[in-house]
Every structure is written in structure tokens, then in C-alpha cells.
Design a protein around this ligand. Structure first.
Ligand SMILES: Nc1ncnc2c1ncn2[C@@H]1O[C@H](COP(=O)(O)OP(=O)(O)OP(=O)(O)O)[C@@H](O)[C@H]1O
Length: 981
């Protein structure tokens, strides 16, 4: 590596793009030899490394025949491999990145006595030796090495270089991430100094005897070596720059279950704590292995907090999983391999860390600026122009094609709509005159013969049904029987073959419509189905599958919301009957026509494709807009693709993960643009959804992090916050983040409420069914499954709620701290939401909002609210100002005596300066000490004149929201909204 500075800086700039990259964690497995005890008790090894990458389980036990037997990793090391070899192949490259300014971490993971410490101490020694060797060979650079060591024992962080056992606190630094406060960092003199320090650590580390290891490491140990280097020729000059990175050597405590290796008392307690950290580590790795979606619970343990950047962040990481080969430990070994299998899917994104002097930075930026300017000036070589022409032509072609597609889709939609309306009319008729409407429907003339029979069956109360499930891709036979003697207990369902679905939806949206067919299906009907299957080239047995009746898959919600809101339940019944009529033994034409891809019929019956088409039309239109205007400006009607999907997810309002899409959409300028909203063609749901408050779409676009600050008049908040105190804050020209946060919660809750409202609406529509059919459970399940009904969860399982509340409260407090949330906001929230099950929705909202904010910050992004950009730095600034204001309030709100006693209580010397400010800076500064938190809240409450929590104040954080209105039909969302706004 060359020196960095001057010309070499340019060199570095060129290479840095290549250096910064995503890569998977390097995962290897090391098998240790059987030890004397294991050999003595003949505890054979069933594991074998069959090559450099694969380890297999030689399975001699029949009860284990279900388990996988082969596992593949970047490297596997046999029991006779030396640690040097393990280092060379499994850690060296990653560890030595540190000398190039890239953070790295090497972990040892495995059960107790599997060889973690044995492996890791060897790897640490070899790395250090190589680093010193490197330093010797690069005299042109000046190196500074620093060493720190800590252990996490019983969830307390201890400094291994200090005799003081006091647990160290973790602090969140917006730039550096989690830092360990007051951790000793020794600047190394030479190699022998490091050896000395390593021995100190070894002596300090918590060792205990377990049944499996006489000298078991009971803690997680992290040794951190930081290397800074600069080119000597630039040393001391103001154009120097420094590479700075750390390598962590992490020797984890045993991953076994407490019961296995530990007995009782201290060891058992250790086991719980060790397992909490390892459990979180496992969860973090598992979640990361599935991609970086959703919340990664780094903050659930100290270990994962400290090592956050090594787990999916700015670091290269290698994990060596050590295994005890003995048969008696096969379960633990398997767990280790499962962990390793997840870990190998995790990617990190390491970058070179350069600390530039101001002058170098300016130079670098100037160069970048001139490069961009020159790019702007020169339009590029002619080949580019040719390419653009070809590209334009291609896009024209696409536009033409899509316009045709739109026309066709509109035609299909109109057709579907008119048939759909026919059906509704029929439904209305039927409400007053059962069956009457069928006679008039063009497709249902044939059903008369069947009608009488069905009426009889229905009146005799045995009208059982089969369901025809349209558009599902899989087929099973076992549940379907063609015999006459079917039981009357269950509905049966038939599904159409795959190629049929393609007729209805080409965008792969999985639509599902279940249509009821009376259950007295006779042999002729079976023949009909056989014909169908022959016609589609599939065996009859392959097309039958049992699915739930009258179910519409969640993914088809775009169309469903509208349709559900419109179709009375009776109409669904009629759909069933209508199909049933054509399913009559005397008429086999109807169903085959469906399978032939009779679109008209399909559209007539499937309310989903109607909505889906609208959505599709909208999508295509949007795509065309994009094609027409590929470089949109602010007023363009074309949102970026991501936003199209976001807005769709937003409408679906289903899963927890919708948080991310909601959040992302909020940052999109496209949704902020009123003109855009006006021009975007409405889809079925938006257009027809009656209960949506005006401007809702706009609100949703900012759900996450409150935008409508302007909309919340001061009156709103004054209603419950002591008005004079707010005035005081205002009078000092401080736009506290508290006000904004409260507002942001309001808008986010409004959005969330809207989602819940949609659920209620669905359930209202489903109401009668709920009373008579098991379908109600399904609706309930849907809501719960997607985590949008936390209040219901809390009310349904009150015994879990207090614990869950505590957990969420803890998480929220930590997130407040991490995001520099206003202290006034924290105080209100903390004092208002004390664990009532009805509070769960507010907790959920707050958690989502904060998680989003934290994720945004940690990805280096900015949150945008009403044109105002929020960054870690700006929120920190706001918080600092707020503390200043609060410190001033202390003069007004506390007597001198009260202040004195507060200073004493909070450890502030009475002879020190700026005592009020000191106190203000201590408020809400500890996220773990409950007393601290309660006292902070009490002080802030007093300072802002917050006296009695009440419902009105709660409503600042959203609507007062009862889980289930007693009279569901009378539940009025609009009413609730207007009471809020
Ligand atoms: N590859 C190996 N070759 C020879 N001996 C080994 C090997 N790995 C581990 N051992 C021996 O096995 C014993 C346990 O190893 P070690 O203490 O490293 O396990 P550990 O996984 O760190 O256990 P704990 O989690 O309880 O601290 C030690 O006596 C060690 O010398």
C-alpha cells in the first residue's frame, strides 16, 4: 500500500471504488479432535470433512435419518488441521484488511469446549505477527497501533485492561455508532507490549468450570486492535491523510443451552445472560441472512450493539465455527452448523476509512467538482448519441405496445365492470326474491333446471358447497372426491389450472376467487371436471385442492377492498349459486368454458381481476408516463418505480414490512407533489373508497415521520400540554422537536388508523359471515398475522402484554436516545402510556416511527419533513437547544431549594458552573436505569407544566381507539378523524 497524500491521493481515489464492496461473511467450520475423556468413553465422532468445503454427518442412527447430512461452507477444517492453517485459510485475508484501512472482525462461535479460545488465541497471535511484519516492510508509512479489550459478562461490559470492575456504559455516537464509554485504549509501544496486554486480558477474563470444560470462558471477549497509518512524507503537513481501521477478535462464550453445560446458581445465571446475547446474535444473523429488510434487533443485546458494524455493516467479517466431534454433542454441533449456514448468507459492506485533513478534503472535493462539471459540459462521444437515438426508438416502440395493452385492458375492465354490476343487480334482486335474478342473467339462463333441486336442498338445510377456486397455481387431489356420498361437513374446492390464470392476469399477481358450487356434485359433474382436466392436459387428480371458501388472497387487495365494500355477503352466496347452476349435472358447458379461458365469464365472477386490471392499467399508464418522460422534473406525473410499488404496498396496508415501504415513500418527492397526486390516475380502491379522509394519500406518503407540522395548529397541542409552558418555549423562538414529534406521531397514527380502519371496514362487510361461519377467525388471523392489530393482541393475551409492554418501552427509550428525540416528547409519551393494553397501538406506532428514523440515519440518509431535512446532526442540535430551554425553565419552575436538592441528587457539585445546564444535559441520558428515566420524566414534566395525563393528551398521539366498537356498523372513522383534526 502506498502513501496517501498528494498524487497518491488521486491514486487512492481511483482504487477506492474497487475496494468498497459488498461481500458475504467468510464462514468456516473447525472440527477439534476427540479429547482423552471422550475417547475413554468411546464417544465416537460422526462428523467427517469430506473435502475442503463440506462436512457430513455419518448417520448411523435411524432416528436422525430426517436430518440433513452435508453442510457446505467457505472452508471446513479437519480435526488434524493446525491453527496456523485455519488462520491462513479462514481468517488471514479478512483480518489483515485492517492495514488497508478496512475494519474487520474474526469471530469464534461454538459450544463450550469446542475449541473457540484455542482457535482464537492462535488467530490473534498470527494476525498480530503478520501486522508487525507488514509494518516492518512499509517504512514509508508511520503506524500507530492501539489496543482495547473488553468482555461482556452477564450483560455487563467490563474493561479487561482495567482493574476496575465497574460495568461500562454503551453510548450511541451518530458518526461512530455504538461506543463503550471509558474503555481503556492503550497505544502500543511494540509487539512485546501487546503480548503483555494480552496476558493481562487472559488473566482478567471470567473463567469458570463447567461440566464440559474446566477452564470455560464464561464471557464474550472482544479484543480490538486499531491501526492508523499515514505516509511519512506528508506527516505533520496539512495535506496529510490517515487510514484508520480496527480488527476485532471475538471469542464468544459457549453457545450451548444452559442446561447442557451448566448446573445451577452462578453458572446458570451466566448461561441465561450468555444465551441472551447469543440468542440475539442468532436472530440478527438469521434476519440479515434473509436480506436487510425490517428491523434488525441489534439493540437487544450488548454484544450485537457493540459488534453491529461487523454484522452487516462497514467491516469484513470471518466466522470460525468450532465443533466438538463427539456423538453426544451432535445436537449442539448441528445448531452450530445451522448458525454457520445462516451466517454465510450475510453480507457486509466494508469501506476504506480515510481520515483526511481539511486541505486534502477540499482538494478531493474540488477535483470531484471539476470532474462533474466537465462531464456536464461535454455531452459525450457520438456513439452515445447513437445509443440515445436507438434507446428512444425502443422506448417509442414500448410506448406503442403499452398503449395497445392499455386499450385492451380498459376494454376488459369495462366488460368486467358491467358484468360485475349485473351481478350486483342480481344480488339486490335476490335479497328480496331469492333466485329471481338468475333467470335474467345472460350466462345463467340454464340454471332453471337446477334451481328447484337447490331450493329443496337449501330449505332442508343440507346445502353444502364445493368451491371453485379460480387462479391458484397448485393442484391437489386428495381432498376432492367425486362420489355421491360425500359428507356434508366440509366445503370442497376446485382450482383452475395454471394456464387459466394467465388469461386473467399477466403480471403474475396471484388472484384467488372462490366460488361456491353445491355439494351434490354428481358423476356427470365429475365427468365435466375430467373433461376439463383432459382439455388442459392435466390429470383430473391434479387439479383438485382444498382451500378456504370465499377467500380472496391478500395480495389481491387492490381490487378486493373495493369489491368487498360493495358486495353484500348475499352476493357472494349468489356467485356460488350462479356457478352452481352451471355446474349442474345436466349442463357441463359452464365450467369447461371457464377453463378454456373464457375471460368474460371469469371477469363476471371474479371481483379480483376487476381491481387487478385497474391496478394494471394504472401501472401501465404510469409506465408509459415514465417512458414518455424519462427524466421527470418535480411536476412530472411519473413516480420512480420504487414509489409505484410503495404506493401499492401502501394501499395494501398489510404486513409489518409495509413500514419500510411507507417510510420510503414518505421520502419521495413524487408523493409530496400535489400536482402528481392530481394527475395520477386513481385506481379502484382510491377512487371508490368512501371512508378515506381527504388528502389521505398525501398523508400516507408521510406516515412515518410526520410531515404535517403545519397542519397541527398550536391549539391542538395546547389543548393538553400546559399552554403557558408551550408559549414560553415558543416565545424563545425554539421550535422544539417535541412539537414536531407529536405532530409526526399524529400523522403517522392517522395513517396507521387508516389501515386499521380498512380492516374494520372489511370486517364490517364480513360481519354477517362472521356470525355464522368460521371465516371470522380467518379475518382475525389476517390482522394479527401482519402485526397491524397489536391492540387486539394485547387484549387477547393480557398475560403477555405487561412483559411485551416493558420490552417495547425499553426499545422505544433506546431508540429515543439513538435518534435524539425531544425530551418533552419522551416525557409525554412515557407518562401517558403506562401499559394499558389499549396503549399497544401507540407503542407500535412509536416503535415503527423510531425504527424507521434510526434506519434512515444509520444508512446515512436524511429524513425529510415538509421540506425540512432531518439528520443526526440537526436532531442533535435541536435536542441541545431543547436542553438549554429546559435549563432556563428550571429557574421558573423550581425554587432555589428544590434546585439545590436536585443538583445534589444528580451528582452536580454546588460549586460548579452552569449547574442547570448540567442537569438538563443529564436528563434522559441513561436508557437503562429505570429510576433515572422516571426522575427525568418527572423533572421535564414539571418544567413544561405537564400535570395530569388524560385521554385528550393521549389523543395527541393518535385517535382514542377502541379495539372493537360494540356496534361495528356504527363505527365511524370519519367522525374519529374529525375529532382529531
Ligand atoms: N483443534 C484442537 N486441537 C487440540 N486441542 C484442542 C483443539 N481445540 C480445542 N482443544 C482443547 O479443547 C479444550 C477446550 O478448548 P477451548 O477452551 O478452546 O474451548 P472453548 O470452546 O473456548 O470452550 P468455552 O466456551 O467453555 O470457553 C482445551 O483443552 C483445548 O486445548
Amino acid at each position: 500500500m502506498g502513501a496517501i497524500g498528494g498524487e497518491e491521493l488521486m491514486q487512492w481515489e481511483k482504487t477506492q471504488g474497487a475496494i468498497a464492496h459488498e461481500e458475504k461473511i467468510l464462514v468456516s467450520v473447525r472440527l477439534r479432535p476427540l479429547n482423552a475423556k471422550e475417547l475413554a468413553r468411546n464417544d465416537a465422532s460422526d462428523w467427517e470433512c469430506i473435502n475442503d468445503n463440506t462436512i457430513i454427518f455419518r448417520n448411523s442412527l435411524p432416528e436422525r435419518s430426517m436430518f440433513p447430512t452435508a453442510y457446505t461452507f467457505d472452508r471446513v477444517f479437519r480435526y488434524d488441521c493446525s491453527t496456523k492453517h485455519v488462520y491462513e485459510e479462514g481468517a488471514k485475508e479478512v483480518a489483515l484488511s485492517v492495514v488497508s484501512g478496512i475494519n474487520s472482525s474474526i469471530f469464534a462461535y461454538g459450544q463450550t469446549s469446542s475449541g473457540k479460545t484455542y482457535t482464537m488465541s492462535g488467530i490473534t497471535d498470527f494476525t498480530v505477527a503478520d501486522i508487525y511484519d507488514y509494518i516492518q516492510r512499509h517504512e514509508e508509512r508511520a503506524f500507530v497501533l492501539k489496543f482495547a479489550a473488553m468482555e461482556i459478562y452477564n450483560e455487563a461490559v467490563r474493561d479487561l485492561l482495567s482493574a476496575d470492575n465497574t460495568p461500562l456504559r454503551l453510548l450511541d455516537d451518530p458518526e461512530r455508532g455504538t461506543i463503550v464509554e471509558k474503555l481503556t485504549e492503550e497505544t502500543l509501544r511494540d509487539w512485546s507490549h501487546l503480548q503483555e496486554l494480552l496476558s493481562t486480558c487472559e488473566a482478567q477474563r471470567q473463567i469458570g468450570e463447567t461440566s464440559l470444560n474446566e477452564t470455560s470462558s464464561r464471557s464474550h471477549q472482544i479484543l480490538r486492535l486499531t491501526i492508523e497509518s499515514s505516509a511519512r512524507e506528508f506527516l505533520g503537513k496539512d495535506n496529510s491523510s490517515t487510514l484508520a481501521a480496527s480488527v476485532n477478535f471475538v471469542d464468544l462464550a459457549g453457545s450451548e443451552r444452559a442446561s447442557q453445560a451448566l448446573s445451577a446458581g452462578t453458572r446458570l445465571k451466566e448461561g441465561c445472560h450468555i444465551n441472551r446475547s447469543l440468542l440475539t446474535l442468532g436472530t440478527v444473523i438469521r434476519k440479515l441472512s434473509k436480506g436487510r429488510n425490517g428491523h434488525i434487533p441489534y439493540r437487544d443485546s450488548k454484544l450485537t450493539r457493540i459488534l453491529q458494524s461487523s454484522l452487516g455493516g462497514n467491516a469484513r467479517t470471518a466466522i470460525i465455527c468450532t465443533m466438538n466431534p463427539a456423538r453426544s454433542h451432535v445436537e449442539q454441533s448441528r445448531n452450530t452448523l445451522l448458525f454457520a449456514s445462516c451466517a454465510k448468507e450475510v453480507t457486509t459492506n466494508a469501506q476504506v476509512n480515510v481520515v483526511m485533513s481539511d486541505k486534502v478534503l477540499v482538494k478531493h472535493l474540488q477535483r470531484e467538482l471539476s470532474r462533474l462539471e466537465s462531464e456536464l459540459r461535454s455531452p459525450g462521444p457520438t456513439s452515445v448519441t447513437c445509443d440515445s437515438a436507438a434507446l428512444l426508438q425502443e422506448k417509442d416502440f414500448q410506448i406503442e405496445k403499452m398503449e395497445k395493452e392499455i386499450k385492451e385492458l380498459i376494454r376488459q375492465r369495462d366488460l368486467a365492470q358491467s358484468q360485475f354490476e349485473d351481478l350486483l343487480r342480481v344480488g339486490d334482486d335476490r335479497a328480496s326474491k331469492p333466485w329471481a335474478g338468475f333467470d335474467h342473467h345472460p350466462k345463467l339462463q340454464e340454471r332453471n333446471a337446477w334451481e328447484g333441486e337447490h331450493s329443496m336442498l337449501e330449505s332442508s338445510g343440507v346445502a353444502d358447497t364445493h368451491c371453485l377456486d379460480v387462479g391458484v397455481r397448485t393442484f391437489r387431489t386428495s381432498q376432492y372426491s367425486c362420489s355421491h356420498s360425500e359428507s356434508n361437513s366440509d366445503d370442497h374446492y376446485l382450482q383452475l389450472p395454471e394456464n387459466y390464470e394467465d388469461n386473467s392476469l399477466s403480471d403474475g399477481t396471484s388472484s384467488r376467487l372462490s366460488i361456491r358450487i353445491p355439494k351434490f356434485v354428481g358423476p356427470d359433474t365429475c365427468q365435466g371436471w375430467e373433461k376439463i382436466t383432459q382439455g388442459t392436459g392435466k390429470k383430473f387428480e391434479d387439479i383438485c385442492k382444498e382451500v378456504r371458501c370465499v377467500e380472496i388472497e391478500e395480495s389481491s387487495m387492490n381490487g378486493k377492498v373495493k369489491s368487498d365494500a360493495l358486495i353484500p355477503v348475499e352476493s357472494e352466496e349468489m356467485l356460488a349459486l350462479k356457478v352452481a347452476g352451471n355446474e349442474d349435472a345436466t349442463d357441463q358447458n359452464f365450467v369447461p368454458s371457464l377453463l378454456k379461458g373464457d375471460k368474460e365469464l371469469n371477469h363476471t365472477h371474479a371481483d379480483f381481476p376487476y381491481g387487478a386490471w385497474e391496478q394494471k392499467i394504472q401501472d401501465v399508464q404510469t409506465t408509459i408516463n415514465c417512458l414518455i418522460n424519462p427524466y421527470p422534473d418535480e411536476s412530472s406525473p411519473c413516480p420512480p418505480t420504487a414509489d409505484i410499488s410503495s404506493s401499492r404496498s401502501l394501499k395494501l396496508m398489510r404486513s409489518r414490512s409495509c413500514r419500510e415501504t411507507l417510510m420510503t415513500s414518505s421520502l419521495s418527492p413524487w408523493f409530496e407533489n400535489g400536482e402528481q397526486n392530481a394527475r395520477t390516475p386513481p385506481n379502484g380502491f382510491e377512487k371508490d373508497f368512501l371512508g378515506r379522509p381527504e388528502g389521505f394519500q398525501r398523508k400516507l406518503s408521510v406516515l412515518n415521520y410526520g410531515v404535517n407540522i403545519g397542519r397541527l395548529s398550536r391549539k391542538d397541542s395546547q389543548a393538553s400540554i400546559g399552554s403557558d409552558s408551550i408559549d414560553e418555549l415558543k416565545a424563545q423562538n425554539i421550535k422544539t422537536s417535541a412539537n414536531e414529534d407529536v405532530t409526526s406521531i399524529r400523522s403517522f397514527v392517522a395513517g396507521l388508523k387508516e389501515m386499521v380502519k380498512l380492516q374494520y371496514e372489511e370486517k364490517l362487510v364480513d360481519g354477517p359471515v362472521q356470525e355464522t361461519e368460521p371465516r371470522a377467525d380467518e379475518s382475525g388471523k389476517n390482522a394479527k398475522d401482519v402485526g397491524l392489530d397489536p391492540m387486539q393482541d394485547a387484549l387477547e393475551s393480557p398475560s403477555n402484554w405487561p412483559l411485551e409492554f416493558k420490552r417495547q418501552q425499553r426499545e422505544i427509550i433506546e431508540l429515543w436516545h439513538a435518534c435524539n428525540v425531544s425530551l418533552v416528547h419522551r416525557t409525554y409519551f412515557f407518562l401517558l402510556f403506562k401499559g394499558d393494553p389499549k396503549d399497544s397501538i401507540y407503542m407500535e406506532v412509536e416503535l415503527r416511527r423510531l425504527s424507521f428514523l434510526k434506519d434512515t440515519f444509520s444508512q446515512g440518509n436524511q429524513a425529510v419533513e415538509d421540506g425540512r431535512t432531518l439528520t443526526p446532526a440537526s436532531s442533535m442540535r435541536d435536542l441541545r437547544r431543547e436542553r438549554e430551554v429546559l435549563s432556563k425553565q428550571m429557574l421558573k419552575r423550581f425554587s432555589e431549594e428544590q434546585r439545590k436538592s436536585l443538583y445534589q441528587k444528580w451528582g452536580i457539585g454546588l460549586d460548579t458552573k452552569q449547574r442547570r445546564l448540567q442537569l438538563a444535559h443529564r436528563l434522559w441520558n441513561d436508557t437503562e436505569d429505570t429510576d433515572h428515566i422516571m426522575e427525568s420524566a418527572a423533572i421535564v414534566a414539571k418544567l413544561v407544566g405537564f400535570l395530569e395525563p388524560g385521554q385528550a393528551l393521549k389523543e395527541m398521539f393518535g385517535l382514542s381507539f377502541t379495539p372493537r366498537p360494540t356496534n361495528r356498523r356504527s363505527y365511524s372513522w370519519k367522525h374519529s378523524m374529525s375529532s382529531l383534526l
